[in-house]
Ligand binder design. Structure first.
Ligand code: TRP
Length: 360
């Protein structure tokens, strides 16, 4: 986590940040917001707490684009393109299941936006290999993936591709996890270089917005919830899966009998309650009681299970409904991608023109 690389604005709670309005291509003044997800697996409740919930709010106030980042997914999944393909519809279904409205949010597919690839190639000339290697996000991810020295070139260069994503939509607001903030820094470096060479501010800089709710740990207490790690609760988990996941959660290993005082910090059940319990006063009371002693793990788990069952049930139902008509989901993606194609192509033309390349 590199919160010291964030601007003061980015460190403020999300609901206090005031993004500068940018004129979008429709001539309105809603600020443009872009986020994306690599299509490597269905989303889970950690995604809901950390980003999907915010995206529901942003579609009311911003011109929002959601990028199904299949090309970026290939940068560390080139051996399994079928997985990347399959999960395009899965992730789109997750968006629709939580209430993303394609009438207000543009859902689009990265691999079908050629301007993104063309801008990526251009931007690679405005960044050095040394700078890419120094990017903290890339460094951490290279370590986590165990690439050693065998780093796919596409992976090393994905910050330039992500800069292309962000700028092609002229996004000024980019909500990402704290671990991705250095990518926005690097985007803005590229933007400043291009603007300097072009001699005109052809591209806007972007503001990283870090969600207040940090990353949700896995149900096993590991720092990262992930489907591949087998420690996630899916957005369409069954009631049994939710019950089993909550039952297996770690609490305080020193809290053996209900009468004993227990620890709330580092207690996975309370971390989840912090993320999902809307009854804040009730939660504070539960914590106090747990600390004092006299509150059994069964009780806090029952409370959490009730909340998660209530959260996931409508997602599961809506997802099942949308999944019955895959053709409809594909047409939502197709329409969004067409709209995104027009926007991104216009930016590509503007950049090429501003740089003054030869015109035939
Ligand atoms: N890197 C993001 C992730 O791994 C996905 C992504 C691709 C993205 N392009 C983007 C996020 C542009 C924000 C803006 O989740």
């Amino acid at each position: 986590m590199t919160s010291d690389t964030l601007t003061p604005e980015a460190r403020r709670p999300i609901n206090e940040q005031q993004p500068a309005p940018a004129a979008d291509t429709k001539g309105t003044t809603r600020p443009v917001i872009l986020t994306g997800d690599r299509t490597t697996g269905p989303l889970h409740i950690g995604h809901y707490a950390g980003s999907l919930k915010n995206r529901l709010a942003f579609q009311e106030s911003h011109d929002q684009y959601l990028l199904l980042a299949d090309t970026q997914a290939l940068t560390d999944n080139a051996h399994d393109p079928a997985k990347v393909r399959r999960n395009v519809v899965e992730v789109a279904l997750d968006y629709l299941a939580v209430g993303i409205d394609p009438g207000r949010t543009t859902i689009c597919l990265q691999s079908h936006l050629p301007a993104l690839a063309e801008l990526s190639m251009l931007y690679l000339n405005f960044v050095t290999v040394a700078r890419l290697e120094r990017n903290p996000t890339i460094k951490d991810e290279i370590r986590a993936r165990g690439f050693g020295r065998d780093i796919p070139a596409g992976f090393l260069c994905y910050p330039a591709a992500q800069a292309a994503d962000i700028t092609a939509f002229r996004a000024t607001v980019v909500p990402v996890g704290a671990d991705q903030a250095p990518l926005i820094e690097q985007t803005n470096e590229i933007v400043r270089r291009i603007n300097a060479v072009a001699g005109t501010p052809v591209l806007p800089e972007a503001q990283a917005v870090i969600p207040e709710a940090g990353r949700l740990p896995g149900v096993d207490g590991k720092a990262k919830m992930s489907k591949s790690g087998g420690n996630a609760i899916g957005l369409s988990a069954t009631p049994d899966q939710i019950r089993a996941a909550v039952r297996a959660m770690f609490t305080d290993p020193g809290h053996l009998r209900a009468e004993d005082p227990g620890r709330v910090e580092g207690n996975v059940v309370f971390t989840y309650l912090d993320a999902f319990d809307e009854d804040r006063a009730g939660l504070e009371e539960l914590k106090a009681q747990y600390r004092r002693g006299g509150l059994g793990d069964g009780r806090i788990k029952a409370r959490l299970e009730e909340i998660l069952q209530e959260l996931v049930a409508p997602f599961r139902a809506r997802r099942a409904e949308f999944a019955r008509d895959e053709g409809h989901v594909v047409s939502v993606i197709r329409r969004g991608t067409e709209r995104a194609r027009a926007v991104t192509e216009e930016t590509r033309r503007d950049v090429v023109e501003a740089l003054g390349l030869f015109r035939l």
